[in-house]
Every structure is written in C-alpha cells, then in structure tokens.
Design a protein around this ligand. Structure first.
Ligand code: AP5
Ligand code: MG
Length: 216
C-alpha cells in the first residue's frame, strides 16, 4: 500500500504520517524532511535549496524526482510508503505515476487534509519540532509534555521557514502549484477529503477507517 498525504502547509501531514507509521508497517517519505536534512548537512543540494525553501517556493522537480527515484528503487520501501508533502505539482504527480509503474507499484489512496489559512498561520507559528527525536508539537494546540515526549525541552526548535512572511508565500505556492493536483487524483477515484480542522486523534481515526476500507 502506498498513501499520499496531501494538504496545505501546516495541515497536519507530518503529524498524521507519524501516527500512520506507528500503527501500520509503512515508511514515511517526507520530501520536506529530506530537503531540510540536506540543508543541515550543508551538502551541494542543501546549499542550493536553502534560499528557495526560506522564500516558500518549490525546489526544482529535477532534485525532487532524483530523491524519489532512489527511494523507489530501494526494496525496503516496496509498496509501503506514506508520501508526506509529495507530489507538489502536476509534473511531479505525473512523474510519480510513471516511476511507480516502472516498479510495479501504484497509489492506494490520496488523503487530503483541508484547513483554512487562518488556522494554518497559527499552527505554523506555534509549531515546535524536536531536533533529537523528530516529533512535532505545538505551543497552542499540542504541547510537548512528559507524557507525550521523552526528550528534554531544550531540543524543541522552530523551523527556519515557519515565519509569518514565508508561511503566506508557502500558502500561495500551494494554491497556485499544488492544489491543481487534487483533480488529477479525483479523476482517478483515489481522493479522500478529510476535515483537517478536527482533533488530531479524530482525524487519525478517520484515516484508519479509510485504510480499513481499502484492505477489505
Ligand atoms: P514541507 O516540510 O513539506 O512543509 P509544508 O508542506 O509546508 O507542510 P508542513 O510541514 O509545514 O506542515 P504539515 O502539514 O506537515 O503539518 P504538521 O503535521 O507539522 O515542505 C517545506 C518546503 O520544502 C516547501 O515549502 C518547499 O520549499 C520544499 N519542498 C518540500 N517538498 C517539496 C516537493 N515535493 N517539491 C518541491 N519542493 C518541496 O502540523 C503543523 C502544526 O500544527 C504542528 O505544530 C502540529 O502539532 C499542529 N497540528 C497538526 N494537526 C493538528 C490538528 N488537527 N489540530 C491542531 N493542531 C494540529
Ligand atoms: Mg510536514
């Protein structure tokens, strides 16, 4: 089973991808996380893309397709991927179809988390990511506590692109470039629309029900 988690910045894709990974034998592939890792390691790609991500624009399809094609060739990911934040435009979506076909795989469903711009801004500005374990929390909606987080609070950091200016650009990029993909998947009857404003646990329950319906 390969699942795409779709939605605007701050919709909860990463949060739900982590929930899915905990429950199902699937692997998360987040292009955003992979790109941030390139920046952290100061690789040639990392140096090229930092300013693009900080502006809230899309990294080139060539870089993204390269990353994804390597993952699809890796047997440990065979037919068990949750794509988080990919594909991001129609070209990437079409290329993914081709690459999956070449590897005898397909998309099982596209889960679209729908959230309005005002909630997005608050979510993104309140986001805290643990630089030690990678978990995501929120100052306003999902505080890190001793019950849900084992690491010291000193590891909680903000993402460089979680600023008020960049989030608006990221949202505009989403509307212009990413949203048109929805029709592409709707036509293939792969699309499931989910109210991303519900509680984290309720959204996950809806996702579990959708996955169960695919398995029968
Ligand atoms: P990426 O890292 O993918 O960022 P994004 O799409 O902007 O999404 P976010 O990670 O900001 O949000 P999320 O939906 O994962 O929400 P989260 O679960 O963290 O991409 C970053 C950049 O990399 C892009 O701008 C682009 O430049 C580049 N890039 C990446 N992929 C690319 C591609 N394929 N092609 C080209 N460029 C690419 O939740 C957000 C916050 O809300 C958290 O604090 C969380 O605790 C909280 N929260 C989550 N769910 C709820 C809820 N239900 N209620 C209340 N709070 C909630
Ligand atoms: Mg994310």
């Amino acid at each position: 089973m390969n699942i795409i988690l779709f939605g605007p910045p701050g919709a909860g894709k990463g949060t739900q991808a982590s929930n899915i990974v905990k429950t199902y034998k699937l692997s998360k592939v987040s292009t955003g996380d992979l790109l941030r890792e390139e920046i952290r390691k100061k690789t040639t790609i990392g140096k090229k893309i930092k300013s693009v991500i900080d502006k809230g624009e899309l990294v080139s399809d060539k870089i993204i397709n390269n990353i994804i094609s390597k993952i699809l060739l890796d047997k440990k990911y065979y037919d068990r991927i949750i794509f988080d934040g990919y594909p991001r435009n129609l070209e990437q979506a079409k290329k993914l179809d081709i690459m999956l076909k070449q590897n005898n795989q397909k998309i099982s469903c596209v889960l679209s988390l729908e959230v309005d711009i005002n909630s997005i801004v608050k979510r993104v500005l309140g986001r805290q990511v643990c630089s030690n374990c990678g978990l995501t929390f929120n100052e306003y909606f999902n505080k890190a506590t001793s019950k849900n987080h084992d690491c010291d609070s000193k590891f909680l950091v903000k993402r460089a692109d979680d600023t008020e200016n960049t989030i608006k650009n990221r949202f505009d990029t989403y509307i212009e470039k990413t949203l048109p993909i929805l029709n592409f998947y709707k036509e293939q009857k792969l699309l499931y629309e989910i109210n991303g404003k519900s509680k984290i646990e309720d959204i996950f329950e809806e996702i579990r029900n959708i996955i169960a319906s695919l398995e029968t």
